[in-house]
Ligand binder design. Structure first.
Ligand code: DC
Length: 229
């Protein structure tokens, strides 16, 4: 069967990453967490006190940022920034708090999109983010747009943080989610939009297994219609 690109976009904390990772496993595809790339850039900017309003500083910093995904011994795909594993650090609230602002910068987006297009050009990839089906791979064979009730999303994010040993206040998380929704959907540079040909998946009342099953089913259906390689 021929390989396809599966583009999963949507609001933060609707289960995009978990779904995308498991779908990739089921299809034997590679997974690219594009949010992790924006988070890694944000971490670099924070660590190096890059002023977001200074285009020269931003461009210089981008030159010095090398992001890659490496498989760990446990088979997990983890994010590396300039050779260091930053998977845990980029999930912390202080990074989440700044990431939307960094992801709204045109130069940052251009650099990340270029890298994502290069990574996924061979097909057989599942990517999740905000602009995958609209900007990065507008010709993706399967596009999913995920959404869920904000309170449900906040509870899920809180659970994730608790499991990682981070104390997290629900109101604070909900506020962060709402703030990010506003920035992600209203920014000038490729705002979060549902592609007209995307399948909408509201995950408010769905389990992770159900989400994965639905996407795999759609992928199988689309792949079976593709001409063989
Ligand atoms: O999916 P996430 O929560 O890890 O994403 C982190 C931030 O990065 C989110 O606020 C929006 C931004 N992002 C983006 O602008 N474009 C993408 N393709 C992926 C993420």
């Amino acid at each position: 069967m021929s390989r396809i690109i599966v583009a999963i976009d949507g609001y933060s904390s609707c289960g995009k990453s978990s779904t995308a990772r498991l779908v990739a496993e089921r299809l034997n595809y590679r997974y690219i967490d594009t949010g992790a790339m924006y988070r890694a850039v944000t971490l670099y900017f924070l660590q190096n006190h890059v002023s977001l309003n200074n285009p020269r500083e931003v461009a210089d910093a981008l030159e010095k940022t090398d992001i890659e995904f490496r498989s760990t011994r446990e088979g997990k795909n983890e994010t590396f920034l300039n050779g260091l594993n930053v998977e845990e650090e980029i999930r912390k609230l202080y990074v989440a708090d700044q990431v939307s602002e960094v992801a709204a910068i045109g130069e940052v987006r251009k650099a990340m999109v270029r890298q994502q297009q290069r990574m996924g050009r061979k097909k057989g990839f599942v990517l999740d983010g905000r602009d995958i089906g609209t900007v990065v791979f507008p010709d993706a064979e399967l596009k999913i747009f995920m959404n869920a009730d904000p309170l449900v999303r906040a509870r899920r994010r809180q659970q994730e943080l608790i499991e990682k040993g981070e104390l997290a206040n629900l109101d604070e998380i909900l506020e962060n989610i709402r703030k990010r929704d506003i920035i992600d959907t209203t920014r000038e540079e490729s705002p979060l939009r549902q592609a007209p040909d995307a399948y909408v998946l509201d995950t408010t009342y769905m389990t992770l297994d159900e989400q994965v099953e639905r996407v795999v089913l759609l992928a199988d259906m689309i792949m079976s219609r593709q001409p063989s390689e």
